[in-house]
Design a protein around this ligand. Sequence first.
Ligand code: FAD
Length: 452
Amino acid sequence: MYDLAIIGGGPAGYVAAERAGAKGLKVVLFEKKDLGGVCLNEGCIPTKTLLYSAKLYDNAKGGEKYGVEANDLSFSFDKMMARKQKVVKKLVGGVGMKMKQHKVDVIKESALIKGRTQRGIEISIQEGEIVASNLLICTGSEAFIPPIPGLDNNDAILTNREILDLKEQPESLVIIGGGVIGMEFASFFNSLGTKVTIIEMLDEILTGMDVEMSAMLRQMYAKKGIEYHLSSKVTKVDGQTVTFEKDGKSTEIKGDKILVSVGRKPVVTGFGLENLGVELFRGGIKVDEKMRTNIPNVYAAGDVTGFSLLAHTASREGEVVVNNLAGGKDQMRYNAIPGVVYTNPEIAGVGLTEEAAKAKGIEYKVAQLPMAYAGRFIAENEGGSGLCKVLVGAKYGEVLGVHMLGNPSSEMIYGACMAIEAEMTLKELEQVVFPHPTVSEIFKETVFSFAH
Ligand SMILES: Cc1cc2nc3c(=O)[nH]c(=O)nc-3n(C[C@H](O)[C@H](O)[C@H](O)COP(=O)(O)OP(=O)(O)OC[C@H]3O[C@@H](n4cnc5c(N)ncnc54)[C@H](O)[C@@H]3O)c2cc1C
C-alpha cells in the first residue's frame, strides 16, 4: 500500500516523487521508457546540448571580431550527436539516483489503472497489482501529427524524436510549424549550414512570445539564411515535397527531411484513465488550482493537463500536489511562468505581453531599451542587437511582464519571475542592486527609464 502512485517519470512525475519521498511519503513511480520523460530524453536537454555545440561553432566562426581567429574551423555532426547522448544518459542516471536517495520505488513498465475501490486506487502491473491512497497522473504529451495527406509512411517526415536520432546532417530541412520547437531546430541546423525553410500558418513565428521580439528574431535568422513562409498552410506532402497555400496560390518546396512541429497533445489513452471516469478538458485532464481532478485522490500534473507544456510548470504542478498531500497549503499560479526560446540570440519572457494585456483589457505602461544599454552586452556581443521590454500596471506600477531578446536572457529572466511573484513595483525594483557589469542591468535600466 503506497501513499502516492505516480504514472510517468518526466519533470512532473520524477520531481513530485522526489519531493514526496523527501517528505516521508511512501511513493511508487511507473515509467515505461526512460526516467526524465520527454524533457530529458527527447526535448529540453538534448536540444539545448546540440544548440550549445552550434553556438560554440557560431562563436568560433565570428571570433575574428573579438581578435580570435580559428583557422580551418570544422565540426563533427556525429560527435555533437554522441555528446548529446552522453549528456542525456548522465542526467537520466542522476534522476535514478535521486529516486533511490528518496526511497521511491521505480517500476519500469507501463501502468494500467484498474479503478478505484475501498482499498484505494488499483493499478495493474505485469506481476500483480499495486494499491495506493493517491494517484498522480503525469503521462505527458506527444507530437501532434496534423491530418495532412502524405505524412504517414514517409521516411522524410520527422518529429522531435526522430530528428534527434539522425545519423547524417540533412542538406535541406523543411519545418512545418514555426513555434519554439521548430525555431530551436531551425537555429541548430542553420548554424551547421543546412538549408532551412519554415512554413508557418500564422502571420508571425513564436506565438505567445512578444510579437516585436519574435519579428526581430525572425529577421535576424532570415539574414542568416532561413527562408520563411508565413500565413501559409501546408496542404499535402508527397515524399520530400511539401505543398503549401498562401493567398490562394499553391507552392511546392523540397526538403531532404521534413520536421513536423505543429504542437503537442496530452497522452490520455492507453493506461486505463476511463476506468476512473476522469474528466477531460480540451484534450487534457481537467484540474483545479491544486491539480485535483474530478475524482477524489486523483491528481494530474504536467503536459497531460494540456495547459502550459513546459518542464518547469510540470515540476511545480507536481510539487503543488505533494505539498498539499503532505499537509501543507499550496496552489498553482500561472502569472509568472517564464518562457524561453533557446535560439542564438535567445528570447525570454515572463508575465503579460503587450498583446495579452490589450486582449484582457488591462491598463499598462511599457518601457523598452536596446540591450546595448548594458555595457556587458556591448562587450560580449560585437554588432549584436536586442531588446528589453517591461510592462507595469498603469495605476500601481506593479510588474506585469518582462521580455528580453539577447543573450543570456534565459539566465536573466528568473529575476523578473521573482519580481512578478513578489508583486514588486517600479519603486521597489529601483532600490534593488544589480551586479555590475552584467547584461542583467538592462532590466534595472529599463525600469529606471519609466521615470526619466
Ligand atoms: C523538442 C522539445 C524541446 C523542449 N524544450 C523545452 C525547454 O527547453 N524547456 C521547457 O520547459 N520545456 C521544453 N519542452 C517541453 C517539455 O519537454 C515538457 O513540458 C515536459 O517534458 C513535460 O513533462 P511531463 O512530466 O508532463 O511529461 P513527459 O516529459 O512527457 O513525461 C511523461 C512520461 O510518462 C511516461 N508514461 C506515459 N504513459 C505511461 C504509462 N502508462 N506507464 C508508465 N509511464 C508512462 C512516458 O514514457 C514519459 O516518460 C520541450 C519539448 C520538446 C518536444
